[in-house]
Design a protein around this ligand. Structure first.
Ligand code: GDP
Length: 435
């Protein structure tokens, strides 16, 4: 699948392990002239495909560090180029010195994502796979990491490629019809083309839905707790996030700013916002707290109104109503429709509440099978728009062919098999250095 003959570009180097001290620190090099760099850097050359214990030397031949050298020969490497990995000790000073030595020997410090960009340019990964490398590294939940691996293994790309191939098939059909246009194109043939476009539109819509639920998993969800003072919002936040974060007090009006805590729900990262209790108040600070509570409510994906079950209160606009303090009313924890009955103090019903929140955040959609980004959803939407335009009754065959060409081009942007040069800088700049 190489896009072009692999062309060993200028030598780049970067520290591939996170900053700070650790057991192992890795400097990675890729590009041309690795052999001459290696000659001066190692006590003897590394052997491709072997694990080689070597001394890493400075310009005076003194040992900077001793460790493992791994040599990969083009095209059998991550970037497709000649690659050398130096696995030394993960001390900040020693690893920096090693990188500095590589620069002395002619390497340039790599830009963020430059190794992955070269892997893409050399056809080792398509664009969606390269993006999934960054997504995998940045995954903070198991679920997201699992989906990123699926994308890296080509799940998203194969779905996009299948759609691109189907559009190509219709394009061929339309182009053939244009070539025979002096004989009138048969109604049957036109109907067949429109039928195929309809099918494509449906396939795009399904793909888009799955992409969007995948994007939702990738992004953090915002859940805001509202309600009168003292109903137990702070206690609930603490129960949901396990560790005590918000100040709990029996004096109403304790929470005056928005307290934020992050927790994981079914592998999704959720930010919980505990807000100032909503009540009439003349206190300036408390009123500012309520103003911020209203802002947090506007930003929320889900708003939960907390009630004290012993003190019936007005129902506000919220997706979920939590009746707290059931230990005082003697009720058992349960849920019905948009209501959940819990006790923040005893923890009863908190698991039910967590699964209700998760259900609201995930909707009832199917579990996605890959990790997608906004860019991918945008490409599908653009392709879909062109397909809808191609389907219109009043379009000439030539116009239809043009709409289909654009649709094909747009869907191919997902894997980067069509015009994406202008996107590359933006995509790879979001990577970490060394990847
Ligand atoms: P907020 O003002 O809504 O944030 O309420 P807090 O979380 O500060 O709680 C107000 C008071 O209610 C505190 O004294 C809590 O200990 C008490 N409280 C909170 N949740 C429960 C509960 O489930 N059961 C009982 N018995 N008391 C609770």
């Amino acid at each position: 699948m190489a896009r072009q003959q692999i062309n060993n570009q200028e030598l780049i180097a970067a520290i591939a392990t996170p900053s700070g001290s650790g057991g192992i620190g890795i400097v990675r090099l890729s590009g041309c002239d690795i052999a001459s760099c290696e000659k001066h850097l190692l006590d003897r050359p590394a052997i491709s495909g072997h694990i080689c214990k070597r001394d890493f030397l400075d310009s005076a031949g003194q040992t900077i560090d001793t460790g493992i050298a791994l040599r990969f020969t083009t095209p059998n490497s991550f970037t497709g180029e000649d690659v050398l990995e130096l696995h030394g000790h993960g001390g900040t000073a020693v690893i920096r010195r090693l990188l500095q030595r590589c620069v002395e020997l002619g390497a340039r410090i790599a830009e963020p994502g430059e190794f992955s960009k070269r892997a893409y340019i050399n056809g080792k990964l398509d664009l969606a796979q390269a993006e999934s490398v960054a997504d995998l590294i940045n995954s903070t939940t198991e679920r997201r990491a699992k989906l990123a691996i699926a994308s890296l293994r080509g799940e998203l790309s194969s779905r996009a490629n299948a759609l691109a191939n189907q559009i190509l098939d219709i394009r061929a059909h339309v182009e053939a019809a244009i070539d025979f246009s002096d004989e009138d194109i048969s109604v049957n043939s036109l109907q067949e083309i429109r039928g195929k476009i309809n099918q494509m539109i449906e396939n795009h819509q399904n793909f888009l839905t799955e992409c969007k639920s995948s994007i939702a998993i990738g992004s953090r969800a915002n859940v805001t707790l509202i309600g009168a003072p003292n109903v137990g919002k702070s206690s609930l936040l603490n129960a949901l996030c396990v560790a005590p974060l918000a100040i709990v007090d029996d004096k109403p009006g304790t929470t005056r700013d928005v307290v934020t805590a992050t927790s994981q729900l079914d592998g999704m990262e959720v930010i919980f916002n505990d807000t100032a209790g909503l009540r009439q108040s003349t206190n300036v600070v408390e009123r500012e707290g309520m103003r911020r509570a209203n802002l947090a409510r506007d930003d929320a994906d889900i708003v939960i109104q907390v009630h004290d079950i012993t003190q019936p209160a007005k129902r506000l606009r919220a997706q979920l109503h939590v009746f707290n303090k059931i230990d005082l009313s003697g009720q058992a924890p349960h849920s019905s429709n948009d209501e959940v009955f819990v006790s923040a103090i005893t923890g009863a019903g908190i698991d039910i509440l967590r699964s209700q929140i998760s259900r609201l955040l995930n909707g009832t959609g199917e579990e996605p099978t890959f990790l997608a980004r906004e860019r991918h959803a945008q490409a599908i939407e653009n392709s879909l728009k062109s397909l809808i335009a191609a389907r219109r009754d009043d379009v000439y065959l030539e116009e239809m062919a043009e709409h289909l060409r654009i649709a094909h081009n747009e869907i191919s942007k997902i894997t980067g098999s069509s015009h994406v040069e202008d996107l590359l800088g933006e995509i790879f700049a979001q990577f970490c250095i060394g990847k």
